[in-house]
Design a protein around this ligand. Sequence first.
Ligand SMILES: [Zn+2]
Length: 161
Amino acid sequence: MNKKGHVLNAALLAIGLGYLLEPAGTEVTFAKIIEIGVPVVLGALFPDVDTAFGRHRKTLHNLPILAGFLAFPYFFGNLEYVWIGILTHYVLDVAGSKRGIALFYPVWKKEFGLPIGVTVSSKRADLVTVVVTGAELVLAGLIIYRIPQLGLELGRQAMGL
Ligand SMILES: [Zn+2]
């Protein structure tokens, strides 16, 4: 996807995540959207820096880069949520565009993609971006609301409660 697609994806994702985490729809929700949205949009723009530095869809489009951004807040206490932007950029490139990304670069240079994507210049690129974002939010909703309950339920059953 191009920069417009990545910004659209990240902004919609941040709005959705803001409502999932703070559903009240008050200024608390708005503050959460800003808190998540700024780092997520910045993170979503980062991987395509490899169009100028390195090899595009390889150098900054791989799992070691994502792991680095996931670990960064634990070591240095900042850049929280940037990894979400990196991850959603990868998801959009893999699922939404024709050309895949080299997830295991530099070990394995093969680019992985799903056959459902469209070309970056396609008229349907925005629609695909919105659909991919919707799927991400459904998954995020399940992770936020369903998986903790499932864990609690399994824990209760394990203890015989
Ligand atoms: Zn990209």
